[in-house]
Design a protein around this ligand. Structure first.
Ligand code: ADP
Ligand code: MG
Length: 356
């Protein structure tokens, strides 16, 4: 049985005003994505591609220009503040910088208790017990509750931020680059913790990161974003091991791999760096950097095209995808199509990259 949809985003567009004479900046342009119960969807793309804007739009922090956002079957596209407050029980966020969610002047115990105190459903003893349980669950020592955020390392603060997000048993956690600021070995520990918590609480994650190897380990499906548009999407294996869109290949080319032959092949796919001139909105937004671009790419916007493959969900928004990808590589059909707990851990003390 397919697990129920937790989040469903259809054709989302978010615009920011840039002054009276300049047209608005379309930071998110026609993005659709959905997340099922217990599933992690990885959202990747270089800095400025619109990842955080999507997360913030779901959280009601960015105005939505057009499109629809459904959460657990309810349309929350333009939800009023009262509805939003009600959602806080089920929709939480972990940011890259835990300082933004942890008040430096408050004890960790007080910060973690906040959502429960706001609900007025539990007494003080029950709240203190819940705080202690969650801190222990994320691997923090018992005296953490009486201390302040400044007394902890970046990795520990991120554990605390995760504990805070889970205080009231949410269904979906938006993780916006939660490990990007951490050392590689600490990244692996925090990723493993997120994976364990997902299995334990049947959580869904929208996992945002700027590099593919980080999202690959936790994600069932991956969506590749560039300049506010979806370039490619599919299962984590399809997108990582069999990338079709030239932009996805560029993202992967930036990642070091242990095998020198594979590394050389990837390097050859590297393309020109981002030029200052913005691309034409009419065609493919990647065309000006793409080694495979032909006339049509500069004129007609490519829609996501289904690619042959076992999952039936691999798509690339590329006019040339059929030519560039004539023989699909066999991908293990049982691999991560559905939110099956994988139980595998990133090796700690190593990076998240290619450690399988
Ligand atoms: P990412 O998270 O992928 O790095 P963002 O979603 O933060 O990218 O930003 C996407 C684009 O939208 C960028 O060009 C950024 O400058 C712009 N942007 C984001 N937030 C705002 C805002 N509040 N006002 C104006 N422009 C914004
Ligand atoms: Mg961001």
């Amino acid at each position: 049985m397919t697990p129920p949809l937790v989040l469903d985003i259809r054709d989302l567009a978010v615009e920011f005003r840039q002054g009276r004479k300049t047209p608005p900046l379309r930071a998110v342009d026609g993005v659709s994505l959905s997340i099922r119960e217990g599933e992690t969807v990885g959202l990747v793309g270089e800095s400025g591609s619109g990842k955080s804007t999507i997360g913030r739009a779901v959280l009601g922090l960015n105005p939505i220009h057009s499109g629809r956002v459904h959460f657990e079957g309810t349309d929350i596209t333009h939800a009023a503040r009262a509805t939003r407050r009600g959602l806080a029980d089920r929709l939480q966020v972990v940011f890259q910088d835990p300082y933004s969610s942890l008040n430096p002047a408050r004890t960790i115990g007080r910060t973690l208790a906040e959502p429960l105190v706001a609900q007025r459903r539990s007494d003080r003893a029950a709240i203190a017990e819940r705080v202690a349980t969650m801190l222990e669950r994320v691997g923090m020592p018992a005296d953490t509750a009486d201390r302040y955020p400044g007394q902890f390392s970046g990795g520990q603060r991120q554990r605390i931020a995760i504990a805070r997000a889970l205080m009231i048993s949410p269904r979906l956690v938006i993780c916006d680059e939660p490990v990007s600021a951490l050392d590689l070995s600490i990244q692996a520990q925090v990723m493993n913790l997120l994976g364990d918590l997902q299995r334990e609480f049947a959580l869904s994650y929208l996992f945002i990161a700027h590099d593919l190897p980080v999202v690959r380990h936790l994600s069932h499906r991956i969506i590749v974003l560039y300049r506010g548009r979806v370039m490619e999407s599919g299962t984590a294996d399809e997108v990582y091991s069999d990338p079709v869109h030239p932009y996805t290949q560029t993202l992967l080319a930036a990642v070091p791999v242990p095998d020198p032959r594979a590394q050389r092949a990837r390097r050859q796919r590297r393309v020109a760096a981002e030029p200052a001139r913005p691309p034409s909105a009419a065609g493919c937004v990647f065309a000006h950097r793409c080694a495979h671009a032909v006339d049509i790419c500069h004129i007609v916007r490519p829609e996501p095209l289904p690619l042959p493959g076992p999952s039936g969900t691999h798509t690339a928004a590329c006019h040339r995808s059929a030519e560039l990808h004539p023989h699909p590589v066999a991908v293990n059909p049982s691999a991560k199509q559905h939110p099956v707990p994988t139980g595998h851990h990133v090796r700690e003390g190593s990076s998240c990259e290619d450690s399988e």
